[in-house]
Write a protein that binds this ligand. Structure first.
Ligand SMILES: Cc1cc2nc3c(=O)[nH]c(=O)nc-3n(C[C@H](O)[C@H](O)[C@H](O)COP(=O)(O)OP(=O)(O)OC[C@H]3O[C@@H](n4cnc5c(N)ncnc54)[C@H](O)[C@@H]3O)c2cc1C
Length: 609
């Protein structure tokens, strides 16, 4: 009998793991028309439980891919947080209520809560029309990277060899396939197989806190059941997160002795089920009552590990994202958000390299940007979860957690937990220069939202909607007041410089292949009043289409707008802001020294072929 031949195939990007991080990456690459496959050993997506909170920045990211509308429709919005502490008469009492998200520039100043499976479905449905579907029941059994440096440096090579096994192949059919990939993304969760194949260590430690989690539709007399609640009681701490369809997520702090098997030192799920967890919760919850109306919809228990992978990349050819490279407590709601943001940061870089638009070295900024974020997250998480899990301040416990201190930390770190304040340090992807020209637009941070009026028709637009994640750099040209002769001369000179053959616009132009393939999108934002403004006065470069010119003016109803220049800290002399495809500010240049952008783009872009 002939021996069956194992099929070989090639792909640009193979993603291992279809959790939120892997699916985010797959969807982003599918949008960028990158040839991508995504596999998962599970038979189907998560049906219930696991992560459920999306931060304001993650909602902005969803918006940039056009999938926020569905998220906002299906999820619940969490606007308010309530803090409970021990009452002098026993049990707990309300101490304060505050805004759930303390991040003044957030476009969506709230969190969204929705179960992980529903979030995964949003990605799956978004990429299906783009021809990408998850290959479930598929397991990688070996992975190797070619050792030849010449091959590794060749952008056209497929140096990663992965053997896949189909777990559900019909009997008699071949179960194996050998995939040759340009890049492999390991998105395979906290126990990442990919990470282990390359002996990447997880640095950090296991915390002492064990938490139980359960989802239910509650029957309760508790008045804050539809707010996020952070409770300190003399019996332990509780976190409540309101959820879609009247559901409630309950996190309960547990005692080690009740869960840990002394023989193995590991969490033993047989020692405590949801009924026992609920009993623990009820002790902290007194005088209020709570029980599930239709049983427990999902539950789990776990010890919090606070660890970061020692590297996020192997030769810039295998890259790990999400829980595969950082684990932390769910108290600050970062798990899924951090993974989604990793993938968002990585996807545009891979897309540009695969298209031949950027040098392979751009991928190094994935590790430098996201590993630093993960390290900051662990430091924050240690402090926050220690405060959250700590005993409340009382006469018997003078070192306990004071309610006002916890509230202060909650507010102080709102920028971080909302994802809005994430800052990337200078690198080839962020040029630390000319910050003073736009002081409200921080280099290395996401471009903040504001509304401007489209010059041609006075239609108000949220500027973030002009910055979709379409793998192009957006050049926001703040022209100042073009009716001022000096400013007009400055803008015209800038346009002349940008049109020189040696300018980045020409060196890296790909527009001959159609606008869709252009690497840059120029958006003009002028000072002026809509009543007398003529957008046709601008040089053609600044108005490739009539819809590309905006003015910093109030809308026709007089309700909003008109202060964008001062909000962004841009002076009368104007400025150009280069916004990266992930919505982060990459560089700022003066109009009369646009060559700074040449330096920025030359540091990672490759010339058109
Ligand atoms: C049981 C459990 C309970 C959790 N509970 C909470 C919670 O209560 N609150 C909270 O905020 N977060 C919770 N999390 C964490 C949260 O789910 C993650 O932080 C978040 O989903 C990160 O997404 P990710 O895509 O990086 O990883 P994951 O969501 O873990 O996804 C990884 C994917 O990779 C697949 N995979 C793993 N190994 C392989 C392999 N060898 N080959 C192919 N596929 C593979 C898995 O099947 C999975 O689909 C929980 C996670 C788990 C596993």
């Amino acid at each position: 009998m002939p021996v069956p031949v194992v099929p070989h195939s090639e792909v640009d990007v193979l993603i291992i793991g279809a959790g939120p991080a892997g699916l985010m990456c797959a969807n982003a690459l599918a949008n960028a028309k990158v040839n991508v496959r995504v596999i998962d050993k599970r038979a189907a997506r998560v049906a219930a439980g696991q992560a459920d909170g999306l931060s304001p920045r993650t909602i902005e990211v969803f918006q940039s891919y056009g999938i926020a509308e569905r998220l906002l429709k299906e999820s619940v919005q969490v606007h308010q947080a309530a803090f409970y502490n021990p009452s002098p008469s026993g049990g707990i009492e309300l101490t304060s209520r505050t805004q759930d998200v303390v991040a003044p520039s957030a476009r969506y100043p709230f969190e969204c809560a929705l179960h992980q499976g529903a979030i995964q479905a949003i990605f799956i449905d978004s990429m299906k029309p783009l021809g990408v579907e998850v290959e479930w029941s598929t397991l990688p059994t070996s992975i190797e990277i070619c050792k030849d440096e010449h091959v590794l440096m060749d952008p056209a090579s497929h140096p990663v060899r992965v053997v896949l096994q189909k777990l559900n192949a019909p009997e008699g059919q071949l179960q194996e396939e050998i995939v040759h990939a340009k890049y492999v993304v390991g998105a395979d969760g906290a126990h990442s197989w990919v990470r282990k194949q390359f002996d990447i260590t997880m640095d950090g430690e296991q915390s002492d806190f064990i938490w139980g989690v359960m989802d239910m539709v509650p029957d309760t007399d508790f008045p804050d059941v539809r707010n996020k609640c952070l409770m300190h009681s003399n019996n332990g701490s509780i976190l409540l997160v309101p959820r879609e369809q009247d559901r409630l997520r309950v996190y309960v702090q547990l005692e080690n002795k009740d869960i840990i098997d002394p023989a193995t030192g590991r969490v033993d799920k047989d020692r405590m089920g949801p009924d026992e967890m609920l009993e623990v919760a009820r002790k902290s919850f007194s005088p209020y009552k709570i029980s599930p109306t239709t049983g427990f919809l999902w539950w789990t228990l776990y010890i919090i590990g606070q660890r970061v992978a020692s590297q996020f990349s192997v030769k810039n050819r295998v890259l790990i994202v999400g829980d595969a490279c950082h684990t932390h407590s769910p108290k600050a709601g970062q798990g899924m958000n951090a993974g989604v943001s990793d993938a968002h940061n990585l996807a545009w870089k891979i897309a540009l390299v695969v298209r031949g638009w950027a040098d392979l070295s751009l991928l190094s900024t994935y590790e430098s940007e996201r590993r630093k974020f993960a390290l900051d997250l662990i430091v924050f998480d240690k402090m926050y979860s220690t405060l959250f899990s700590g005993k409340p301040l009382s006469q018997e416990n003078s070192h306990g957690v004071a309610p006002e201190h916890f509230l202060e930390i909650f507010k102080q770190f709102g920028g971080f937990t909302s994802g809005i304040g994430v800052h990337y340090d200078p690198s080839v992807a962020t040029l630390d220069k000319n910050q003073e020209l736009a002081s409200g637009v921080v280099i290395g941070e996401r471009f903040p939202p504001y509304k401007f009026i489209r010059a041609a028709d006075a239609w108000p637009f949220e500027i973030q909607d002009l910055l979709p994640a379409d793998f192009r750099f957006k050049l926001l040209v703040f022209t100042g007041d073009f009716s001022e002769p000096l400013q007009q001369a400055r803008v015209e000179s800038m346009v002349a410089t940008m049109q020189k053959p040696e300018s980045f616009l020409n060196r890296y132009a790909t527009s001959s292949k159609g606008a869709e393939n252009s690497r840059f999108d120029i958006i003009t934002i002028s000072k002026g009043r809509k009543e007398g403004f003529n957008f046709l006065q601008f040089p053609m470069l600044l108005r490739s289409h009539w819809s590309k010119v905006f003015i910093d003016d109030i809308d026709v109803t007089g309700s909003f707008g008109g202060k964008g220049y001062s909000y962004y800290g841009v002076g009368d002399e104007g400025a150009i802001v280069a916004v990266r495809p992930d919505g982060y500010v990459g560089a700022i240049a003066p109009l009369d020294h646009v060559e700074d952008l040449d330096a920025y783009f030359t540091s990672f872009m490759t010339a058109a072929v």
